[in-house]
Design a protein around this ligand. Structure first.
Ligand SMILES: Nc1nc2c(ncn2[C@@H]2O[C@H](COP(=O)(O)OP(=O)(O)OP(=O)(O)O)[C@@H](O)[C@H]2O)c(=O)[nH]1
Ligand SMILES: C[S@@+](CC[C@H](N)C(=O)[O-])C[C@H]1O[C@@H](n2cnc3c(N)ncnc32)[C@H](O)[C@@H]1O
Ligand code: SF4
Ligand code: SF4
Length: 675
């Protein structure tokens, strides 16, 4: 017996009842009219008991909206032999190390666990599932779950190599095929899939129809993703296809996933498709759909087949969602459009010292289970509960309970981070930039009210140009910086001023040239400076996406933090006369803050909230680090702006200032406190 098998045996002994589940007993589904559950004794609510008592349909797979998840989609590979334009970038997607992918025994163990809890339908998808080398043995083993409650074993495939494996798959228990085909034109096929292979797909379709004529009963659907200007002209020919063939053609609204360059303009909506079809087939009639269907089904009277619409973008069907998915790297994803994932693989492998469960270990697990039951070994004796089932179910249950009511809509979805479809289950305001009026105090999200802003002329003139052209006329624009002591006002004419003042300017030499002040005689001291600013949003969605780390460009707060740190170190490269300083510490804090309800109603804003940025910089040196702190805060703010501008164009960066300066001759200075 292997060490792993021994551990499994021990675990099973510990959970005496947690072995082969009883034959599936379909309990009455929960209904809102059902009498309230009887109070249960504290004993029976232990985790162990919950696992033992879980029967189809299990509470682990029921979410807080009472949706029972009896349909599991498993991605069995990340690879694909096509490169469909709406799904995959031309160069493909980065593949996970093979060690990270679920092994066949692991997929079988997880399938068994889900079936034991009430899953009745498993769909294998990808990538392209048919390219998985051991797809047939895998399907045979999952097919063996049929006596235990599995009713449907389906495949979503591009059909390229299906014709070679189809017969064996049907023998293994395949009950349904959804085949993706977006065009009936071989040339267009090459454009949309960036590969050839139309004839091979046709061969697969023919074989399915042939098997069905012989009574195989394969549920067969064609999936067609419709993209405006690409294949929308093929909608009517596809409908025509259903005239004689008993096929369901489903038109799918183009959905956004990471890297697929989705845009609203390219999406051809359900309504537009219906209008187009009705222009030629005015009698098109809505059919009765099944409760959990992803598609809305229609039929042209007299036609053999049907047409359906998968309307994820314009009419979500989340209310009746019964789907869970497992990615090929073993993550449970409770929603196609959610980026919350939990690793089932890691829990499963914990039991095997973090190693993949291979066929040998799996065989010992099976053997043990059978011996324990006093059964003769039989491959159809399943489901076989996975090691660590108890923990797996807890994790699954928690993830399912966190599932949201529905996915975000257009306008939000495209900005959310999600895996590319191929790596899922590869099925799967505020007035913009509030302006302050001259003389008005400006509202500031971080510190309340800001002092009146300096005149625009001071802010817009280029400081560097001002310095270098100091002898030219009319450069009041850089007075703010040059006359920081406020001592030079209205003295002499504009022509005279720069030359006359140059003698007193610390950053300009007597000859008028810019220079760096010597600090060699200064004594080094520990110095700290803190600067603050804020990025104010006009749209609360942006703040929400940042907070939940769902902004499409990535982790906004994390990237902005790094940008601030890097900028602090590069301050002398940007601010001409700053000394290079060996910094001893840089810290960036970014805090998302919601606009309180009363504030947003006061100023008529939609309450977009803001991100408060605080940069603290320290050094042991001869000069202060407030410029470094200000630069750090600015760079962090600009980074936030850059990463959020696709979602909110009305952001305002404001309130940049030093709030604390410590060390050196002037000691400690804190904003708002007397020096
Ligand atoms: N919004 C949403 N769309 C889904 C989900 N599952 C599948 N789809 C959509 O349905 C399309 C076709 O998926 P398929 O793999 O054929 O699966 P299916 O529609 O669940 O298949 P059936 O079992 O025939 O209902 C995908 O491209 C998606 O557009 C889901 O859970 N949520
Ligand atoms: C990702 S594929 C995986 C299975 C298989 N390779 C295939 O093409 O059928 C699953 C389904 O997702 C659909 N799909 C992929 N990207 C999509 C997108 N951006 N919008 C809508 N459906 C998409 C495909 O058309 C296919 O029907
Ligand atoms: S839709 Fe299917 S066939 Fe096309 S690239 Fe994606 S995974 Fe491959
Ligand atoms: S988007 Fe999420 S909740 Fe909606 S149907 Fe798909 S998986 Fe279910």
């Amino acid at each position: 017996m292997t060490a792993a098998a021994l551990r499994y045996a021990t675990q099973r002994l510990r959970f005496g009842t947690l072995h082969l589940p009883p034959p599936p007993i379909r309990l009455a589904l929960r209904s809102s009219s059902a009498p309230p559950a009887q109070p249960v004794s504290p004993l029976s609510t232990s985790r162990r008991d919950r696992v033992r008592e879980a029967r189809p349909f299990s509470d682990f797979l029921t979410d807080t909206f009472d949706r029972q998840h009896d349909y599991l989609r498993i991605s069995v590979t990340e690879r694909c032999n096509l490169r469909c334009v709406y799904c995959m970038p031309e160069e493909g997607v980065p593949l996970s190390p093979s060690q990270d992918l679920l092994t066949t025994p692991e997929i079988v163990l997880l399938s068994s666990l889900f079936v034991s809890q009430g899953v009745t339908k498993i769909r294998l998808t990808g990538g392209e599932p048919t390219v998985r080398r051991d797809i047939l043995p895998l399907m045979q083993q999952i097919g063996a779950l049929r006596p235990h409650g599995l009713r449907e074993l389906c495949l979503t495939t591009n059909g390229l190599s299906l014709h070679r494996k189809l017969d064996a798959m049907v023998e293994a228990g395949l009950t349904g095929v959804n085949l993706s085909l977006d065009t009936l034109d071989p040339w267009q096929f090459q454009i949309m899939t960036r590969r050839s292979g139309f004839a091979a797909v046709q061969k697969s379709i023919d074989r399915i129809l042939e098997l069905n004529r012989a009574g195989a009963g394969i549920k067969f659907k064609i999936n067609c993703v419709v993209m405006r200007g690409v294949n929308d002209r093929e909608i009517l020919p596809f409908v025509e296809l259903t005239r004689d063939k008993d096929i369901e053609v489903r038109f799918i609204e183009y959905m956004p996933f990471d890297g697929n360059k989705w845009s609203k303009g390219k999406m051809f909506s359900y309504q537009e498709m219906l209008d187009l079809i009705r222009s030629k087939f005015p009698d098109l009639q809505r059919g009765a759909g099944l409760k959990n269907d992803t598609s809305k089904t229609y039929q042209v009277p007299g036609f053999a087949g049907k047409v359906g619409f998968v309307t994820s973008m314009t009419h979500n069907f989340c209310g009746t969602c019964n789907r869970l998915r497992i990615t090929s790297d073993g993550n449970l994803k409770v929603c196609l459009f959610g980026n919350t994932e939990v690793s089932l693989r890691d829990i499963l492998r914990q039991w095997n010292n973090g190693q993949p469960i291979d066929q040998e270990v799996f065989e010992s697990i099976k053997q043990l289970a059978m011996n324990e039951e006093g059964l003769s070994p039989s491959p159809s004796r399943a489901p076989l509960l996975a090691p660590n089932s108890e923990r797996l179910l807890d994790i699954i249950g928690m993830a399912v309970k966190r599932k949201k009511a529905k996915h975000a809509g257009i306008g939000q979805l495209e900005h959310m981070k999600n895996r590319p479809m191929i790596l899922i289950d590869p099925t799967a305001s505020a007035p913009q930039g509030r302006q302050s009026q001259p003389g008005q105090q400006q509202w500031h999200p971080v510190g309340g009210v800001l002092p009146n802003p300096p005149p625009t002329s001071m802010l817009t003139k280029n400081f560097v140009t001002g310095l270098l052209n100091h002898t030219s006329t009319g450069h009041s624009g850089y007075q703010l910086r040059l006359f920081s002591t406020g001592a030079r006002q209205n003295r002499g004419s504009e022509e005279e001023k720069p030359v006359a003042d140059a003698q007193k300017l610390t950053h300009v030499s007597e000859s008028g040239a810019a220079h760096m002040v010597s600090i060699s005689s200064k004594v080094p001291t520990s110095r700290v400076a803190t600067a603050k600013c804020a990025v104010r949003f006009s749209d609360l969605l942006a703040l929400t996406l940042v907070r939940e780390n769902q902004m499409k460009k990535g982790d906004v707060l994390g990237v902005a933090r790094v940008a601030g740190i890097m900028a602090a170190k590069r301050t002398p490269d940007i601010i001409p006369l700053c000394h290079p300083i060996a910094l001893t510490h840089v810290r960036l804090d970014l805090t998302p803050v919601d606009t309180p309800q009363e504030d947003s109603s006061k100023d008529g804003s939609s309450g977009g909230g803001w991100i408060e940025i605080t940069a603290t910089v320290a050094c042991d040196g001869k000069t202060g680090v407030e410029m470094e702190a200000l630069t750090a805060a600015s760079a962090a703010a600009l980074t936030v702006y850059d990463m959020c501008k696709a979602v909110d164009k009305g952001m305002v960066i404001e309130g940049l200032r030093v709030v604390l300066k410590e060390g050196g001759k002037s000691g400690r200075w804190v904003e708002g406190k007397p020096a």
